[in-house]
Ligand binder design. Structure first.
Ligand SMILES: NC(=O)c1ccc[n+]([C@@H]2O[C@H](COP(=O)([O-])OP(=O)(O)OC[C@H]3O[C@@H](n4cnc5c(N)ncnc54)[C@H](O)[C@@H]3O)[C@@H](O)[C@H]2O)c1
Length: 267
């Protein structure tokens, strides 16, 4: 059942690659709640993924942008405002990639070129996105900007590797930009810290299946699915959360505040 929570709202959704992507589910739910939006991804992902089909089904369009390239982002915001016929009410940053993880480099022996890339793609791109939004005057007063994070920003999960550092930076950028955008445009900026979820990015982490199982047993409500994460994103884009900003919001079935569980002790 639709609650029309996003009726009349215009958005940009980064990061829908395939049906497993969290951004894919957010696009479906946002459409269901009445939003109109532009889908965007890196040019290479547009060639590989099925995003075009998603756009057709949801009455959207796809505009390619590499989130590490400022000119791409400015062009994206300009074109999105034109396509949607007005300023942007919500933005989802759902982007993550670590060449060190992909190539199996240990955290204690990182390739520093790769490390730069991890931080640029997975964290600085969030800063670049908001900078481009301001430069193109694309954001509506009171808009909601969200990025997706993971608890490795606060606690050590060894195989999460340099993505942990990227998430710590991402959350810090949300706080800092949230302050400035709050003052200048009444815009809120938050991160949602999601349970491990089986997606292309998630499954790249070493030992992912064991880890997913451990998190499931540690969380009183179990792991949060991509669908429920999308529900939370929709609420965060809606007017019901207009005073929430500069927060890292755990969406993890209680994992973050559980010390130990019976299920883990007994295994
Ligand atoms: N899957 C999990 O376990 C999990 C848990 C917590 C947080 N997250 C975060 O959720 C977000 C979405 O990831 P996902 O799990 O849906 O995986 P995904 O692989 O479906 O999405 C990652 C997206 O990043 C895009 N991307 C990579 N480089 C880019 C660039 N230069 N410019 C633009 N886009 C680029 C990819 O094309 C892809 O669409 C990421 O920030 C991820 O870290 C995932």
């Amino acid at each position: 059942m639709s609650h029309s929570l996003l009726q009349g709202k215009r958005g940009i959704i980064f990061g829908a690659l395939d049906q497993q992507s969290i951004a894919w589910k957010v696009a479906e739910k946002a459409h269901h709640e009445g939003a109109r939006f532009v889908l965007t991804n890196a040019p290479v992902a547009l060639r590989m993924g099925q995003i075009q089909e998603l756009a057709e089904r949801l009455n959207s369009t796809v505009i390619g942008a590499d989130a590490t390239v400022d000119a791409d982002l400015e062009s994206l915001f300009t074109q999105a405002v034109e396509f949607l016929g007005g300023p942007i009410d919500f933005v989802l940053h759902s982007i993550g990639m670590s060449p060190n993880v992909r190539k199996g480099k240990a955290y204690t022996d990182l390739n520093y070129e790769f490390y730069h890339k991890t931080l640029d793609v997975s964290a600085m791109s969030f800063h670049r996105t908001m900078r481009a939004a301001v430069a193109t005057k694309a954001l509506a007063q009171g808009a909601s900007v969200l990025a997706l994070s993971y608890i490795a920003a606060q606690r050590v999960f060894p195989d999460y590797n340099d993505m942990a550092d990227a998430k710590a930076l991402l959350e810090s950028i949300a706080r800092s930009f949230g302050y400035h955008l709050g003052k200048s445009h009444g815009v809120r900026v938050n991160t949602i810290s999601q349970s491990p979820t089986r997606t292309t990015a998630g499954s790249g982490v070493k030992g992912f299946d064991d880890f997913l199982d451990y998190a499931e047993r540690m969380s009183p409500l179990g792991n949060a699915s991509a669908e429920s994460c999308a529900d939370y994103c929709v609420v965060m884009f809606s007017d019901l959360t207009r005073m929430v900003t500069m927060q890292n919001l755990f969406h993890d079935g209680g994992f973050s505040f559980t010390g130990v569980s019976q299920e883990v002790l007994q295994s």
